[in-house]
Design a protein around this ligand. Structure first.
Ligand code: ADP
Ligand code: MG
Length: 679
């Protein structure tokens, strides 16, 4: 029958609280069958004290465990409030223990690292009672057992009698109708024993609980309303006095533990074993740090290279050269060069390119290499034409200016930052001094665009020194001059100014998706083409490999850390068998126990993850500082994108959950009676 605590209670007069009906319990010890209970039947009502007497090994504890839903009978039934609990599921029995049963043990079984108050609160935590309510209730109960002034003491700071009274308060926390005490005075001196017996008897006779006390002390027989003598599994019932009906205790309708409460418990036990938790977390931290650092370096390197490539022009650009590339093999750009037979590029060719359906336009692409001089300092600069003004709105066509601005005025120049630095003999802030100043260029060679593979050629005519005005400083390796200036210079270079053969051209596709077909079409016309898209694609491929490799190294570190968590949690389960048993006895479900261990593992993993990300970011920033000091990389090579933080946390948490899963499931499958048995 399903457990339904909202169903109306049977009339208290006729139905006893508990009725044991022909219960037998057999154990297997090796091959030998042990009969702990033989065909036991009796019943007990509200407001009565039943004392169970008998020699050791007689079956007393077995009887109590079956009454309390900690164990199931081999045959027979146990009716509680008219419902047979003998076939109930583990979860139903846990609910039964939370709402209907309060256990008291010979060795108190308090949780040693919790205060008296926290111990009393524990069953209410497992029943999902809000914090304020359960705190008030626990204080009220400690007051009831005479320990109001001991609420913040740990069990180790209490006498045996006091500890047992805390345990009684805990058993009463959910106000269960049935109180089961297994030799509650066994570890106490006779004075404390008498006090505990009086307290338990009062619970029945004053408050209306049904109290079952196991003992082997004949002196306690006078306390009893029922005496159950049990020997070799046989029970003889002896009724002394049946008190007149007292107030019935209604079984409460409680919930189960909330995630937040379980998290608080997990955190509590983590903090109590801080050193070990930190050590385990450190393992995760190192793993996550390695992963974050390596992947961060990989992706930082990649974005540096990609930035470099992107600064070379817009993504929809196709670089066209008149003939096949000669010496482009080897580099990662190599495979992207398409070869074809040689055709010259003339002004007419540019018009033809511009009229291709997928093309937005075409213009001369040429690189001048020039000596640059300013106030006695000299350096070398590579200069390209700025695209014609009508293409300036195309994203990526214009270089990024750090200082000054882009203009189409003839004989103005945009200088790369490194060239400007060499000319002023200083670093970043000082390069601004060059703006508007005249520098002298001496053009030495000319070649096709960056990817054209055209050999360098000297000028056909000796070229005068060119005075140009610095209009801006840019974040690029190449400098730029206005298109008209580049055209004029190129004419000056050529032997035949009437029939100009351009070393290279740039064709802009209308959209990114048209880059590949357009490039193919131009290739078919007999030109060699290169695109930034192809270059980026091969960069992407190479770096995916690098990142996967680096990530795998970090991953291995994490797996090792995960194993560590697994081992530590398994040890914790062994060590905390008793605690697990206590939690189950006071009503924790199996899944509560496994959640408790998983949450603890998860906390370790997440904290390790956070620390690991911090370590990784710290080391990465250090590397950036070093790199920036020793080379020209402006932004350093380590980056920590948000997705990497996410991955760090995901791995830290994920690995710990995976590692904690086996120990957690082991913990939750422990039989509560076995877990509590004294070894
Ligand atoms: P008592 O509490 O009266 O000392 P128990 O109920 O603990 O007795 O045990 C009754 C009998 O059942 C004993 O012979 C004991 O050895 C046996 N027994 C109890 N639990 C188990 C078990 N889990 N496996 C095998 N035998 C058990
Ligand atoms: Mg026993």
């Amino acid at each position: 029958m399903p457990y339904d605590s909202t169903s109306p209670l049977p009339p208290g007069e006729t139905e006893p609280l508990v009725r044991i009906d022909h219960v037998t319990k057999e154990y297997l010890r090796g091959n030998e069958k042990v009969i702990a209970l033989r065909d036991v039947s009796f019943s007990i009502s509200y407001g009565t004290v039943a004392v169970v007497l008998g020699p050791s090994g007689g079956g007393k504890s077995t009887l109590l465990h079956i009454l309390g839903g900690m164990d199931r009978p081999t045959t027979g039934s146990i009716y509680v409030l008219g419902q047979d609990i003998s076939g109930w599921t583990s979860d139903q029995l846990a609910k039964y223990r939370r709402e209907t049963v309060g256990f008291i043990f010979q060795s108190f079984h308090l949780i040693t690292n919790m205060t008296a108050l926290e111990n009393v609160e524990l069953p209410l935590m497992l029943a999902g009672v809000p914090k304020e309510t359960r705190r008030l209730r626990a204080m009220e109960l400690l007051d009831r057992v005479g320990l109001a002034d001991r609420q913040n003491h740990k069990p180790g700071e209490l006498s045996g009698g006091q500890a047992q009274r805390v345990a009684i308060a805990r058993a009463l926390a959910a106000d269960p109708p049935l109180i089961l005490a297994d030799e509650p005075t066994g570890n106490l001196d006779s004075q404390s024993g008498q006090e505990i017996m009086s307290l338990l008897t009062a619970l029945a006779h004053e408050d209306g609980h049904c109290v079952v006390i196991v003992t082997h002390n004949e002196d306690f027989v006078p306390y009893a309303d029922h005496v159950l003598r049990i020997k070799d599994g046989n029970v003889q019932e002896q009724v002394q006095n049946r008190p007149s009906a007292t107030a019935e205790i209604q079984r409460g309708n409680l919930g189960h533990a909330r995630w937040l409460t379980l998290y608080a418990l997990a955190w509590h036990s983590l903090v109590k074993r801080l050193a070990r938790g930190l050590l385990t977390g450190l393992g995760i931290a190192i793993g996550v740090a390695a992963m974050v650092l390596l992947i961060g370096l990989g992706s930082g390197l990649k974005s540096n290279v990609v930035q470099g490539v992107l600064s070379l022009g817009p993504l929809n650009a196709i670089n066209v050269a008149p003939e096949a590339a000669k010496s482009q093999s080897g580099g990662f750009l190599g495979p992207s060069v398409v070869s074809g037979p040689s055709h010259p590029i003339t002004q007419k060719t540019l018009v033809r390119f511009a009229h291709l359906p997928d093309a937005r336009g075409a213009y001369l692409n040429v690189t001048f290499v020039a000596g640059a001089t300013y106030r006695g300092r000299s350096t070398t600069a590579a200069l390209n034409p700025l695209p014609p003004v009508k293409f300036w709105s195309v994203p990526g066509v214009l270089p990024t200016t750090l200082k000054g601005r882009v203009s189409s005025k003839p004989l103005h120049v945009l200088l790369p930052e490194s060239v400007a630095e060499a000319l002023v003999g200083g670093t970043h802030p000082q390069v601004g001094r060059l703006l508007g100043k005249t520098i002298v260029l001496h053009i030495e060679t000319v070649s096709g665009g960056l990817f054209s593979g055209q050999g360098l050629t000297g000028p056909a005519h000796p070229i005068r020194n060119q005075s140009v005005i610095v209009m801006g400083i840019i974040n690029s390796g190449l400098g730029f001059v206005p298109y008209s200036t580049a055209e004029t210079w190129f004419k000056d270079f050529s032997s035949n100014a009437r029939h100009l053969h351009y070393p290279g051209a740039t064709v802009l596709a209308r959209s990114l998706s048209q880059v590949a077909p357009l490039s193919h079409q131009i290739g078919a016309m007999g030109y060699s083409t290169t695109t930034l898209q192809q270059a980026l694609h091969s960069i992407d491929k190479s770096f995916s490999l690098i990142e996967t490799g680096l990530g795998a190294v970090g991953g291995i570190a994490l797996v090792v850390a995960g194993l560590m968590i697994g081992v530590v949690m398994s040890m914790a389960v062994l060590e905390r068998r008793r605690e697990i048993g206590i939690l189950r006895a006071i009503g924790a479900r199996r899944r509560d126990i496994s959640r408790l261990f998983l949450l603890e593992a998860l906390s370790i993993g997440l904290i390790g993850g956070i620390v690991g990300i911090a370590i990784g970011a710290g080391v990465g920033s250090g590397i950036n500082v070093l790199v920036q000091h020793s080379s020209q990389v402006a932004h350093g090579i380590f980056t920590l994108p948000l997705w990497l933080v996410g991955i760090g946390l995901l791995f830290g948490g994920g690995i710990s959950i995976i590692a904690g899963a086996v120990p957690a499931s082991h913990a939750s499958s422990l039989n509560p009676v076995d877990a509590l048995r004294q070894e």
